[in-house]
Design a protein around this ligand. Sequence first.
Ligand SMILES: [Zn+2]
Length: 497
Amino acid sequence: MILFHYPFYKYVFTHLDVFSLGGALTFLSTFIILYVLAFISLFLIALISIRALKILSMVIIITNSIALYFVLTYHVILDRTMMGNVFNTDTGEAASYYSPKIFFYLFFLGILPAYAISKIHIQKAKKLHLAMQSFTIVIISVFLLYLNSPTWLWIDKNAKYVGALAMPWSYTVNAARYQLKEFKQNKKQELLPDGKLANDNKMIVVLVIGESARAANFSLYGYNKETNPYLSKLGIVALQGATSSATYTTASINSILSPTGSTSDEDEPLSSYLQRQGIDVIWRSNNWGEPTMKVQTYQKAEDLRKQCTGEGCDYDEVLLTGLDNEIKNSPKNKTFVVLHNAGSPGPTYYKKYPQAFEVFKPVCKSVDLQICTKQELVNAYDNTILYTDYFLSKVIGTLKNHDEIPSLLVYVSDHGESLGESGFYLHGTPYAIAPDFQKNIPFLFWTSPAFVKENKLENREYKENYNQKNIFHTVMGAFNMTGKIYDQQLDIFHKTP
Ligand SMILES: [Zn+2]
């Protein structure tokens, strides 16, 4: 923790005011995390054998010394991409990276300390004794971390750098992550069985995937602040009790696009499936974490921005650039549009909406939560919801321009968000213990008069407790598609509910 973490502490000290209370506590948290990780892993090895512990420590120290040489000499961080470079560098190229200086690192920071470890005599302790002691240390550390939870935001925001400078985790974990990504990319998605289109009538479905929006802060779900002034006037339906399948983006997106709500990306996603079944699919993204897909049109926000004009171009409205025309010129009768929003990701909520939407004030403008009140944080978050409300009303406006065609808008968030309740912030808490705020999501839809008429939805009552796996079947049903994969019980607009 002392010998190999000079770049780590250097990063922490330059990006954090360690002489302020918040900064000092954050520094303490990073130290505790490093300590607990090293402690737990070495302890588990020690339980197996002291000899293994010694050998492993020696190996880690030697590889650490080489890693430190690269970090300090080339000013790199050992993130996943960098580990990918390491695996893909041929030996000739690799040789050019070595200078005699590496032997200095290797000898003084690797071999010498490793030799010292080999000479240390370790007294055998009773395993039970050792386990109890370790358990106590871990519990105290985790408790300290929990007390220090407002500092997680900084760590989360800087995770890429902090993680890529923490030895030996930087190169071991990121090497594993790189290999996993390669493995996943080489794995083929299982194609779903073909469906059947009952007709070739015109139909537009727009699926908007939100980010970190939680139902609790939508006035459509009973929130006491007016965060849905636009949608509440447009006859939108808010499905009650909807939950997400996961608390983090990639898993949730997989689930939204899967017929079974699965959080893995093994199945062909809805977008690729519909494209393969002859529907025109347009995917526009102002976010990340999407599975590999094969669609006719995939547009990223930065490309759309080139044609976009107005203040909204820096925000989610960029996704609406030329959408009207794109729908009009769709080569097929059935068009499926997915808009993947930037939405409400923390901790810098105040950066996610145009100035005009700063309605709830004052707002938190810092990632250091110690200097923000809970109310400032919630205000900033509520403004993002207000902006999403406006954005969705614009999407409905676009659909209304095509009112001769039956259309459906579905909005669902990927997962919810914690805003400091019980000490939790952001999202990504393991599902089993995640607070409801991270799981209860807005699930809204809007139907055009033509769609209502065609599907006889005039007096339809909707059940509660829908979740992300309803989306696949609802979209299939809206396109009048049947087949082995279609489960009408999961279609929200199923003819006989
Ligand atoms: Zn997300």
